[in-house]
Design a protein around this ligand. Structure first.
Ligand SMILES: C[S@@+](CC[C@H](N)C(=O)[O-])C[C@H]1O[C@@H](n2cnc3c(N)ncnc32)[C@H](O)[C@@H]1O
Length: 384
């Protein structure tokens, strides 16, 4: 069991990041959440009917507003955020409101009296969310967004002006600021996914707004593409943290006999991986893309090869715990003699983690910046 997290004053109970970890030094809410809640209270804003929350990472706002609001909609391009919010709602017994999780691509329908946003890290996702909100909300509807002062630049405010409407900000409080924007752009069309090519591999890629490697091939993925094995004995290959699915495309081309499962926690990534498999591999391809938290729910010993270019941040926090979870999950689902191939920045020290888990690790390739490591599951290794 994880140690108890600090109490989140607005709900008088602890709030946890997800997954819950022993001695987590990162907090599940920030000063922007507190500023938004304080503003609502001071201004006596109407939250009795329907409230939409965008990018509420671990449910701080959802838990705080739950009992005061008839309808809450939690909107995020993150399955992990949904899991964390569900967990925190359950812990704080926040179960009274008519509550729903929406991802960013599904239709948003309703008549919210208040829309609150936490500033997302990606400007492309921000733009996309502003444009979608502006289509749905009535003219002059107010959007209130909280963000860290150091992340609110004049270019950020220009995006609100351009894609939503007239915008101003509050004074700073605990290094956070509120952005108020008034809808004046109700007729916008949402942009299509960005397209780019990988001529060396003859791939045409499409990326939805929140997908890693926005407009060009990631340099780590470029190196990894050269080291994906072609092996007729492989039956099941997992692309863990698939993003736009570029590694799955190459794995599928080289291994037409194998089933490829592309996994990501971002619904926009999974939708992009679907689009890219359909466009590059033809209609009868063997790639299945799934929204999932790492490999939870996968059967033990069911996979022959896991390919992984792990993330090194969660929301805005730099952390290696997701990479660790990915390696542990890979070890669990791999069949005996199954292989995990990982690419990472040299300085991240993944070989130490892999050695601890798998007993032995080989270097497949390296350059000045990245290293590709391979670990094999031995029947006698520790764990499982
Ligand atoms: C560095 S990117 C790699 C993307 C792609 N494989 C590539 O090489 O271009 C890492 C990916 O891991 C995904 N991710 C982060 N946390 C995850 C989790 N808990 N479960 C599954 N995927 C996750 C991110 O959404 C992101 O798409």
């Amino acid at each position: 069991m994880a140690a108890s997290a600090p109490i989140f004053a607005p709900i008088g109970a602890p709030l946890y990041r997800y997954p819950k970890r022993e001695q987590d030094t990162l907090q599940a809410w920030d000063a922007g959440d507190e500023y938004l809640l304080q503003y609502i209270q001071e201004q006596q804003l109407d939250i009795s009917e329907e409230v939409w929350l965008l990018n509420d990472s671990f449910g701080a706002l959802a838990c705080a507003l739950d009992k005061q609001t008839a309808k809450l909609r939690h909107i995020h391009d993150s399955h992990v955020s949904q899991l964390g919010t569900a967990y925190n709602r359950e812990q704080s017994q926040s179960t009274q409101a008519d509550f729903a999780f929406w991802d960013c691509l599904e239709p948003w329908q309703g008549t919210p009296s208040l829309v609150l946003m936490k500033l997302p890290k990606s400007q492309r996702l921000l733009t996309w969310q502003l444009m979608k909100l502006s289509q749905i909300l009535p003219k002059d509807a107010t959007l209130i967004c909280a963000g860290k002062v150091k992340e609110i630049h004049s270019s950020t405010l220009a995006l609100f002006e351009k894609h939503f409407g007239p915008t101003h900000t509050s004074l700073a409080q605990k290094k956070s600021r509120l952005i108020f924007s008034h809808n004046a752009k109700t007729q916008q069309q949402l942009p299509a996914p960005i397209r780019w090519s990988v001529p060396d591999y003859d791939f045409e890629m499409q990326n939805h707004a929140n997908v890693f490697a926005n407009t060009k091939l990631d340099i780590a993925a470029h190196l990894m593409l050269q080291h994906i094995p072609k092996d007729p004995s492989l039956k099941t290959i997992v692309d863990l943290g698939c993003g736009n699915g570029i590694l799955s495309l190459q794995a599928a081309r080289l291994n037409p006999q194998a089933q490829i499962i592309a996994v990501d926690e971002s619904p926009m990534a999974v939708a992009s991986a679907h689009l890219n498999a359909d466009e590059n591999l033809g209609p009868a391809h063997q790639v299945e893309a799934r929204v999932n938290d790492c490999l939870s729910g996968f059967a033990p010993q069911s996979v022959d090869l896991v390919l992984c270019n792990p993330p090194f941040h969660q929301q805005n926090a730099i952390t290696d715990h997701i990479a660790w979870q990915m390696f542990c999950d890979a070890r669990h689902v791999l069949a005996n003699e199954g292989k995990l191939i990982v690419i990472g920045n040299r300085h991240l020290g993944y070989h130490i983690k892999l050695k601890r888990l798998f007993g032995q690790v080989n270097t497949l390739a390296s350059n000045g910046k990245f290293v590709i490591l391979q670990a094999s599951k031995r029947p006698q290794a520790k764990g499982n």
